[in-house]
Write a new protein. Structure first.
Length: 414
């Protein structure tokens, strides 16, 4: 029966090519927009290079000090001292790595200034991330303990700094902010949108410009807590909260008194959303996103409902004859719904091809540095679900309406 419905839908499409073109154009355009948005959101919060372990990682990005009335707040990244006392001492995680937020520095080559992004990180940073080393290796605890002036750079930085990009950069010197460092590793560049890992140059954290010796809870560092399993998240969060709970209060900072320490170890998506919201207001952001997506799908679906009603009206005689021979309304309704889903899937196929072309152009455009938008399994799965929902949204109303048409009315309208 399903195969017969699809055959009928195909013949209906061939009956009026121009009408079919308008319908498919509307479906394709709508689904392309949704697929591109889905791919971009996956690019922002999904597990991608060099953070393939996001699904079992917790992140510390900010710490906020508040007064008892929550009328004033002092927030920012955490200090190295905070990481050493309250993160590196945790027993439940597999590993804890840390780095500074993205900083800017200047490098000079033949009198030409090159602006570079920099990070200071520890040796474990390379273990909680998945950077691909094209040359050399990361600095280790021994390099850090010895205070060696060594760096890891990206392949993009190598091409920009060294005249012969084909030769190995290992052992060569690079000058940043009037200091010379020896290159010991070259990694594949990461997109600038991955703020926890993106950089052009990576330094050991104990170099003076990282300000790692500053006291207090706030500084310039963020941390990635790698769990053995995702099921350990609750135990890690409880252990971390207990450690933070032992910090003496109140805290005096710049003449202000703070009675509350607000810092959370959260999955990446929650950490990402928390940077836009505060005090548990993430739910409102989720609701806003839901309504935006609903509008993106709902408004075109309403337009397609009218098109589908007109298309089905042309088949009133078919409906009347089938009802005269005893076809139940539910059978007719399912036929039109399946036909509409079939048409939507064709439009979805065109949208998938168009989306691939758009994101390929976007990745090569340089609008987002080292962007790697893709149509992976997650994006494809969401896109398929969107196609089904869109097909239902634009097909259910006309299908139910036409299936309930009386036999005499259907035959008259033909």
């Amino acid at each position: 029966m399903l195969f017969n419905y699809i055959k009928i839908a195909w013949k209906v499409l061939l009956r009026h090519p121009f009408y079919t073109f308008i319908t498919l154009f509307g479906i394709t355009l709508t689904l392309t927009v949704l697929m591109v948005i889905t791919s971009f959101l996956d690019h922002l919060v999904g597990s991608h290079y060099p953070e393939y372990k996001r699904d079992r990682s917790l992140y510390i990005m900010n710490i906020a000090l508040r007064d008892s009335a929550r009328t004033s707040m002092n927030g920012g990244p955490v200090s190295y001292n905070f990481i050493k006392e309250h993160l590196k001492t945790l027993k439940t995680p597999e590993k804890v790595g840390f780095s500074t937020m993205i900083n800017s520095a200047n490098s000079y080559l033949n009198g030409k200034r090159i602006k570079v992004s920099t990070k200071f990180c520890d040796a474990t940073f390379w273990e909680v991330t998945d950077y691909e080393f094209l040359e050399g290796k990361p600095f280790n605890e021994q390099n850090i303990a010895n205070g060696e002036h060594v760096v890891v750079i990206t392949d993009a930085m190598k091409k920009q700094y060294f005249e012969d990009a084909t030769a190995s950069a290992i052992g060569k010197s690079i000058e940043v902010d009037n200091e010379k460092f020896k290159v010991i590793g070259v990694v594949k560049s990461a997109p600038v949108t991955r703020i926890m890992t993106f950089s052009d140059v990576f330094f050991p954290y104990n170099l003076p410009k990282s300000n790692y010796q500053s006291k207090g809870l706030q500084g310039s560092f963020t941390a990635i807590i790698l769990a053995k399993n995702k099921s350990d998240f609750k135990a890690i969060q409880d252990e971390f909260d207990a450690s933070v709970g032992r910090i003496p209060l109140p805290i005096m900072n710049w003449g202000n008194r703070y009675d509350i320490i607000d810092v959370k170890a959260q999955p990446y998506l929650d950490t990402f959303l928390y940077s836009f919201t505060r005090d548990g207001q993430e739910i409102f952001l989720y609701i806003a996103i839901f309504f935006i997506v609903l509008m993106l799908m709902g408004l075109p679906a309403i337009n397609l409902v009218n098109l589908n009603v007109s298309r089905i009206m042309e088949r009133a005689s078919e409906i009347g004859i089938r009802k005269a021979f005893g076809a139940p309304s539910s059978s007719l309704a399912w036929q039109f719904i399946i036909e509409n889903i079939f048409i939507t899937m064709i439009g979805g196929s065109f949208a998938l091809i168009l989306t691939f072309i758009i994101i390929s152009i976007f990745n090569d455009s340089g609008l987002i540095l080292h962007a790697d938008l893709s149509i992976n399994f997650s994006v494809f799965g969401v896109s398929l679900l969107v196609c089904l929902i869109f097909g239902l949204l634009s097909g259910v109303v006309p299908a139910i309406r036409m299936s309930k048409m009386k036999v005499i009315d259907a035959l008259k309208s033909s």
